[in-house]
Every structure is written in C-alpha cells, then in structure tokens.
Design a protein around this ligand. Structure first.
Ligand SMILES: Nc1ncnc2c1ncn2[C@@H]1O[C@H](COP(=O)(O)OP(=O)(O)OP(=O)(O)O)[C@@H](O)[C@H]1O
Ligand SMILES: [Mg+2]
Length: 361
C-alpha cells in the first residue's frame, strides 16, 4: 500500500477528454495525487463545439462532495464549470462544512465559445463562491466580468485583481494572461497585499483545457502541501509544457497534453537505464555513437536525443547524427535509435534491437 494525497475536482465532464473533469483527473495523476470527482454537468463536447449540456441536480452534486470528504478526505479542491446558481449554492454550502483549500476556476465560456455558466449565475458565483476561495483563477474576460472593469494591459489586470480580493473577498487571485497575446504568457497574482508575476514563453500548440489543467495543477500541488506561490510556479511550468506538446486530435482546438509532465522525465530515465546496461557491451565498438531518442512526439531537437559514446551517456546528440535519426523517425515513428559505426548506420526501435540484429548481444 502507498500513501497518496487527495485532490477533488467539482466540475463538468467534457466528452472530448480535453477539458473539465477529464483534464483535471489527468493533471492530478501527472502530479501523483489521487483524484476525486463531483460532477456538476455532463457536456456533449468535442474539439469544435458543445452540443448539449445536462446539469446534475444540486443535491447529487453536494452528495458527491460529502461522500468523498466524509470517507476519503480532501487535501485540496477546485471548482470548474458550475453551470447554474442552484449548483453554486449547493457547492458553497457543502464545501464550507469541510474547510479544505479551494481553487476556483470561474469558468464562464468554453474555448469553442459556448456559454458554460448561466448569465444569472455570475452573481451567485460572486456572492457564494468567491468569499470561500483560497485562490480564484480568472482569464481576462472573466476578470473583467467579476471586477466590472475593462482589461487592456497588465496594469488593468492588477486593478481588477485588487477588486476581486479586496471587494469580493477572495483569498487570492491570479489573472491569467493567455488572452493578452505577446511573446510571453504573463499571469498576475495578487496575494497577501502583494503582486507577483508568473511568466513563460507564449508557445504554439494546443490550448483546449488550459484553464482547467492549470487550476487542477495548482490544486494538486496545494494537496501535496506546497505553498500557494510554489504551487502556481509548478502549474505554470506544467501548463507551458502541456500546450507545447499538445495532442493533435479533432478538427477544432486540440487539447493540452497533461502526460508530458510525467512522461518525459520517465522516458529519460528509461533511456539512461538501458544505455547504462549496454555501455559495457559497446566499449567493444570503439568509435561508435549510439543514439536513443525520446518517443517521436517528444523528439523536437538534438537535445531530446541521448548519446552513448565511449562509455559516456548524455542528452544532446551531435547535430548531424541527430538529424539523420530524426529524418528516419518522421517516416517511421516507431524507430528511436541509431548506431553509427565505421561510416555505417543502423536503425532500430531501441538500442537493444540494433545490437541484437548485429549479433552483439
Ligand atoms: N499559448 C500559450 N503559451 C503559453 N502559455 C499559455 C498559452 N495560452 C495560455 N497560456 C497559459 O495557460 C494558463 C491558462 O490560461 P488561459 O488564459 O488559457 O485560461 P482559460 O482562458 O481559462 O482557458 P480555457 O479556455 O481552457 O478555460 C495561463 O497560465 C496562461 O498564461
Ligand atoms: Mg477557463
């Protein structure tokens, strides 16, 4: 048996697996936290559109929260799509009984443009949910709606943040800058009377589910006992990576890849392990370069390719050799390894495969 922290998401389901409950659970898993759910609404959704919304009864939403909190315990929770005022009131009343840290992602509109919160429910969100929030994570349009001011630049975002904390009673707020296009995605935190900016390069990739995954990542890290500022820092790194390695599916806004955060370090370790075992054998092939790349979707440059040469193992293969392997991987994504020896090159799915085919092992 192992010990695990528990994080709860109170949100809607996205049948396309890109946002909502589905994104939250994948994010929790990526941070090694056990995920709990209270589903507020079922949406029939894909990367292009929301086709139907079916709200769960407020009583059943509350019962889901109670069921997990009474038995399993909740180290931190987040809210996503709350859909209507009745669900909002039920969630606020139930969460208040337990007092766990609560991250509120004030979801109002889906990436595809569909409304996910009824117009009349915004007031309820402000009245019941914001005062019990440890942190609120609005994007620019949401921060405008909550604060009542227009946001055109970072100074406006700071003014809105102050209003959300000082006048609406949230514990802290981070206004996300994904909608203010520029070289950097800059989010502004207002916490304990101070501002702090979180910056990352603005990357091309997939953005369906960014808001859900970002707030879920903060929640997972709070559940693990990190401070609010540390939790946001980790979430920022996580979301930038998730967008960059986004999953190319569907015909609309493709989803964030929550697995990249865990997959890449895990794959790196597997590569080191295999090359360490083979290192001995390869000393026989004196001038050989043995290359081993991360799985194809994660191999973007020579930095993602490990090289074994004269017993030394390191990521960052010589550029000319890396480009030969990457060319081959583009045609055959299962290929991940290349052995360069005496002017000859052999490809394989793994170094072990190549060495076996040569009769070396
Ligand atoms: N293209 C991008 N490159 C890097 N970071 C980004 C990009 N787009 C958004 N972000 C970051 O992702 C996080 C989520 O912000 P975003 O503004 O996308 O939320 P959102 O609008 O609520 O998303 P959603 O539409 O999924 O609800 C923030 O940290 C933001 O700065
Ligand atoms: Mg959002």
């Amino acid at each position: 048996m192992i010990f695990m922290r528990k994080a709860l998401t109170i949100a809607g389901s996205d049948s396309g697996g890109g946002a909502g409950i589905e994104a939250d659970l994948k994010t929790f898993a990526s941070f090694g936290v056990h995920g709990l759910v209270a589903i507020t609404s079922v949406t029939a959704q894909n990367t292009r559109e929301v086709r139907a919304i079916y709200d769960i009864s407020p009583d059943v939403v509350a019962k889901q929260i109670e069921a997990v909190a009474d038995d399993i315990g909740v180290d931190a929770a987040k809210t996503g799509m709350l859909s209507n005022a009745e669900i909002i009131k039920a969630v606020a009343k139930t969460v208040e009984k337990y007092g766990f840290p609560l991250v509120v992602d004030p979801v109002m509109i889906a990436k595809s443009g569909a409304p996910l919160l009824r117009e009349d429910a915004v007031e309820a969100l402000i009245e019941y949910i914001l005062p019990i929030a440890t942190l609120v994570t609005p994007n620019i349009p949401e921060a405008e709606k909550l604060s009542g001011i227009e946001i055109k630049c970072r100074e406006d975002a700071k003014r809105a943040a102050k209003i959300i904390v000082k006048e609406l009673g949230a514990g802290a707020v981070i206004v996300k800058g994904g909608h203010l296009k520029g070289h950097e995605a800059i989010d502004v935190l207002y916490y304990n009377g101070k501002f702090r900016e979180y910056r990352a390069p603005f990357v091309k990739g997939c953005t369906h589910g960014t808001g859900c995954s970002f707030s879920a990542a903060i929640t997972a890290n709070l559940a693990k006992g990190k401070s609010l500022e540390e939790a946001i820092g980790k979430a920022k790194e996580f979301i930038t990576m998730g967008i960059y390695y986004g999953i190319k599916i569907g015909h609309g806004h493709c989803p964030v890849n929550q697995n990249a955060w865990r997959d890449i370090p895990a794959e790196k370790w597997r590569i080191y392990e295999e090359l360490m075992i083979l290192g001995e054998t390869l000393t026989k092939l004196n001038d050989a370069y043995l290359l081993y790349a991360l799985p194809a979707p994660y191999t973007r440059s020579e930095k993602d390719i490990c090289v074994l040469r004269r017993g030394e193992i390191k990521f960052g293969a010589p550029e000319e050799l890396a480009s030969v392997l990457m060319d081959r991987m583009r045609k055959e994504p299962d290929i991940r390894s290349a052995l360069f020896v005496k002017g000859d090159v052999r490809f394989g799915k793994s170094p072990r495969d190549i060495l076996k085919s040569l009769g070396i092992i």
